[in-house]
Ligand binder design. Structure first.
Ligand SMILES: Cc1ncc(COP(=O)(O)O)c(C=O)c1O
Length: 284
């Protein structure tokens, strides 16, 4: 089954899918992206992802050249052509190709790229045991709400986590927990789910929104406020949310055991509601 590549309105063979060296995404990180996954061949929360793509593009005065109907058609066409059981759809819009100069080039069409690749299923064992994490300094810029391709600080944090032999880097800015390097972070404190508020310090995850809705529906109180690192260590439960991790328990942060050291009841309840929603078999 083929990985699918698409550039500027055209599907093309993977090895022919290249972008010029003066693309501003390559030279300046001047672009935005989305990652969407499928469940049983259908893109999950497609509208929410395309809304966020529109918003990210708008915030950077980037032209979003395609309509919702066009995107939807191409994404579905690509998923069908790839034929994977589950797929990861990557969309990217950059400001286009122009002689290198920081200011926006006039009259340049954006470069639009889509790839569709197989999504490896998340190891069931890891879900059962939960994952270990470490905190890292959040070195990112002041507009983390924009899903920009400029991911250097996330890359550095993720590498730091990998070198430390842990699953995810939990980012901390001025003593407060913002989010993970590729996920949102939630904790359970006295039965309530607490997570950083939307705003410039976090990327508001599509999964985050759905998980908060699931928590509300389950009657679980929610507080959107920043947590200190100390309150992370002493939380009853900690978990990550994200398109690829879904709802994933964290059982250790910086070598400190969270709760009982096993996925707790709230994360289990939310993971099981997530599984029911997405049609997967219960994960915990
Ligand atoms: C920094 C960051 N926060 C949060 C998320 C989770 O977002 P979503 O649930 O939309 O995948 C991601 C996903 O890539 C991310 O990179």
């Amino acid at each position: 089954m083929p990985d699918i590549a698409f550039i500027n309105g055209r599907f093309l063979p993977w090895h022919e899918a290249t972008v010029p060296i003066e693309d501003r995404g390559f030279q300046f990180g001047d672009g935005v992206y989305e990652v969407i996954r499928t469940y049983r061949g259908r893109p999950f929360e497609l509208d929410a992802h395309l809304n966020r793509l529109d918003r990210s593009a708008h915030e950077l005065s980037l032209i979003q050249p395609y309509t919702r109907a066009q995107w939807t058609e191409w994404i579905q066409q690509g998923i069908r052509a790839a034929g994977y059981a589950e797929a990861k759809v990557y969309l990217q819009i950059t400001r286009g190709v122009a002689a290198r100069d920081h200011v926006f080039p006039p009259n340049v069409a954006p470069t639009v790229v889509m790839t569709i690749r197989e999504l490896a299923s998340f190891p069931a064992k890891t879900r059962e045991t939960g994952v270990i994490t470490k905190t890292c300094e959040d070195l990112r810029w002041g507009r983390c709400d924009i899903k920009s391709v400029n991911l250097l600080a996330n890359v550095l944090a993720r590498e730091e986590a990998k070198r430390a032999g842990v699953f995810e880097a939990i980012l901390v800015k001025e003593g407060l927990v913002t989010e993970g390097s590729v996920s949102n972070v939630m904790v359970v404190q006295s039965g309530a789910v607490v997570t950083a508020p939307e705003g410039p310090r976090i990327l508001s995850g599509v999964t985050r929104t759905v998980v908060l809705e699931l928590a509300r529906a389950a009657g679980i109180p929610i507080r959107e406020e920043f947590l200190t690192v100390e309150s992370l260590y002493t939380a009853d439960e900690v978990f990550l949310t994200g398109t690829t991790v879904e709802v994933l328990a964290v059982v250790q942060v910086d070598g400190r055991t969270i709760g009982t050291g096993r996925p707790g009841p709230v994360v289990k309840a939310l993971a099981s509601r997530w599984a029911a929603l997405t049609g997967e078999s219960p994960l915990l």
